[in-house]
Each structure stands twice: as C-alpha cells, then as structure tokens.
Ligand binder design. Structure first.
Ligand code: SF4
Length: 389
C-alpha cells in the first residue's frame, strides 16, 4: 500500500486523553481481570483491559469499563446513613462520620463488655476481607464471615478438587486439555472474561464437548453443545444421581481420590456421641486414614502410605471410624438417587443422566474398580505402588 504523503503539513493528533496510567485489577466481579486505568489531572478518564495480564489478556467487559462509576456515580453513598423510620420503611438521613462512629462504638462497646462473641460480623464482597477479618478477631469474635464463604469459595474448593483449578486467583481449568466440560448454573456475571476466553478456546478447538446444566438457555448455555434445562433447585440431586450412576458402574478414580482428596479420611462412627460424624484426629489434631499396608490408622499426610477408601477400623481409643468415601458411597448408592427417581424431580430423563455419567468418564482412563473392602482387588492394586497417583 502506498504511504500517504502529508508533505510538510503537520499531522493533527488527538490531544492525550490521560497523563498517567495505573495498572491494577478490576473488581466489578470476582474475575480480577487486569486493567489499565487512565488518569487525567488525578481523575479517572477511562479503563482498558491489560493485554499482558494472564487472566483476561486485554479483554474488558462492559461491567469492567463501567468500573469508573464506582468512583463517580452520582448515586454513590457520600455519607453514612442513619435509619430514622421503621425497619424496612426505607427512611434514612445522612449523618456525619463522627456521629456514625460514636453510634457504632456505643452499640459495639456494650456487646464487647458483655461477650464479644455475641457479635456476628458479616461483610459483602469487597477487597478488604483481610482487614475486616482482622478487625473482628481483634474485637474478640470468631463469628465473622464474608460473602465468598457462601458463594465463590465453595466453588473454588470444588474446582480445585475436581478439575485441578478453579477461577480467579485460584487458577483456572486446563482448557488446553479439556475434553468434556460440565457447567452448572453459572451466574453470567461471574468469571465473565476468563470463562468466555476458555469457552471460545473449546469451541474453536472443536474436540471438546460442552454441556450446560441450567434452567435457562442464555449466555454461556446458548453456545453449549448440549443444554440440560434442569428444574430450578435440583442441581444437587442431579449430581447425586450422576455419582450414583458412576458408583454403580464402577467408574470411580480411586487412586485420584486417595491421592488428592480427603475421601480416605476417617470419620468417627459413634452414634449419640458429641464427636459422631467428625473427622478422627490424632493427639496433634492431624486427620487419620487407614494405611492399607499395615491396616493401622496413621497421619493422612504421610506420603509413604496407601490410604484405604473403605473398611471400618477401631481407633486406639476404642472408637469406630469409617473412611469418608465409604459413607459418601453408601449415601449415594441409595435408590433415592437412582436416575429413574431423580428424573421425576430434575426434569432430566434417566437415560440422559446415565449418558452424561458415561460420557463424563469416557474421555479418560478411569479405574474400573468399584468400592471394595481392604484385601480386595482394589487394595491389591494400590498395594503394588509406593503411593497412589
Ligand atoms: S469480567 Fe468484566 S467485570 Fe469481571 S473482572 Fe473482568 S472486566 Fe471486570
């Protein structure tokens, strides 16, 4: 292409829109996309995605761009509000910070003098949970929590256990090697950019199947290879039916469970006792498992042992204990979770539940061993290794 000849005429450029760029992460949702915040005269002019950030690689969603309104929205609270009407009436008046702090200190002071544990301190999703948690512990209450404990952190823990990663700062799924992605009822505002990028990768690659379990077919579900329009609130039952089917078919990766999860941890079985159902621990508080080689309860973290997934044991203090996996299996193998029974409540055909269970294991070399007590073929299979994995 021939270059444009401007001759001697000076080229008019746009005036710089910013005089400074700050690098940070977006927190309009939990994804923590990398962003560049352009500042002019100390104020935010606009926000753009950071191409060098590993989470979003420059992608910025509309909500992320709107982060500017966190600072400049006219609807933003400017001062503390004091309720002046009946609870629920929506009547408030603005007060100064001194008054707000004195009011709060009055309430909290009385609680702290009587018993600080009476304070249950709950915060929403924000970036300051280290500070709010520290404040609660200084106040003297162990009863503090934040939004994440009821939402994203559970998802993150499950993700780390099942797919080896999760989202946000907990890493992410192995999109490159994914062959089957089963997604449950994700809120579309969560993990927007990273999951969009990941799904785009799967769709482009064309070698993975993406199944979405969601009552509605919008957002991510709209591009799923298979959408399961489940009845709202029955996802858990659907999962239990999948586990039932996998257990029944013997498609359980026992080596993985023994190596990477707390499935072999012993649970105290002492009906009526205060510690019934709690994990059995040694005097130092370490969780116990049964070593398949010796049959003795040992520290679960010992890398040299081969933990059992099934078989009750008597602890040194005489209490009976059972591996957690055995309890889970006994629960999930109940006829209540048979696909035929779950179909009526979830609205998903029993044949589909069975097919999804089969598909989800057909793409990897699952062990075909069902649960067997110590001394069985399963145990012998473990015995041949120094460490399952
Ligand atoms: S997905 Fe959007 S809102 Fe969420 S962190 Fe990334 S840019 Fe911000």
């Amino acid at each position: 292409m021939k270059p444009i000849d401007f001759g001697d005429k000076p080229v008019e450029k746009n005036a710089p829109s910013a005089d400074e760029v700050k690098y940070t992460t977006c927190y309009m949702c939990a994804c923590r996309c990398g962003i560049k915040v352009h500042l002019k005269d100390g104020g935010i002019r606009y926000i753009e995605g950071n191409r060098n950030h590993p989470v979003n690689k420059g992608v910025l969603c509309a909500k992320g761009s709107a982060g500017i309104m966190q600072h400049y929205s006219p609807a933003r609270l400017q001062k503390p509000l004091l309720r002046v009407g009946e609870r629920g009436s929506g009547e408030f008046k603005e007060i100064e910070w001194d008054e707000a702090l004195a009011t709060a200190a009055g309430w909290l002071g009385r609680i702290r003098q009587s018993d600080p544990r009476k304070l249950a301190f709950f915060t929403g999703r924000d970036q300051s949970q280290a500070l709010t948690g520290w404040w609660a512990s200084q106040f003297g209450t162990p009863n503090y929590a934040a939004h994440g404990g009821f939402c994203s952190v559970n998802m993150a823990a499950a993700g780390l256990y099942t797919i080896g990663g999760s989202f946000w700062e907990f890493g992410e799924p192995d999109w490159h090697n994914t062959k089957y992605l089963l997604m449950f009822g994700v809120a579309e505002d969560h993990d927007s950019n990273p999951i969009k990028i990941g799904l785009g990768h799967l769709k482009t690659k064309g070698t993975a199947k993406f199944v979405s379990v969601n009552p509605i077919r919008t957002g991510y579900s709209a591009i799923a290879d298979e959408w399961l329009g489940i009845r709202p609130g029955t996802d858990g039952l659907f999962v239990l039916a999948l586990i039932h089917e996998l257990l029944r078919a013997g498609k359980i990766d026992e080596a993985y469970l023994a190596r990477y999860t707390n499935a072999p941890w012993l649970v105290i079985a002492d009906e009526g006792a205060a510690d019934h159902g709690l994990f059995a621990r040694d005097a130092e508080g370490r969780a116990l498992v049964v070593d398949d080689t010796t049959g003795a309860p040992v520290d679960a973290r010992d890398p040299a042992i081969v933990p059992r997934l099934a078989g009750a044991v008597t602890l040194t203090d005489g209490r009976r204990a059972v591996p957690a996996f055995q309890l889970l299996a006994a629960h999930c193998l109940s006829p209540r979770y048979a696909p035929e029974r779950a179909a009526a409540e979830t609205g998903i055909d029993a044949a589909v539940i069975k097919r999804i269970a089969a598909e989800s294991t057909s793409c990897r070399c699952c062990s075909a061993a069902s649960i067997r007590p110590a001394g069985s073929a399963t145990s012998r299979r473990f015995r041949g290794r120094s460490r399952p994995g």
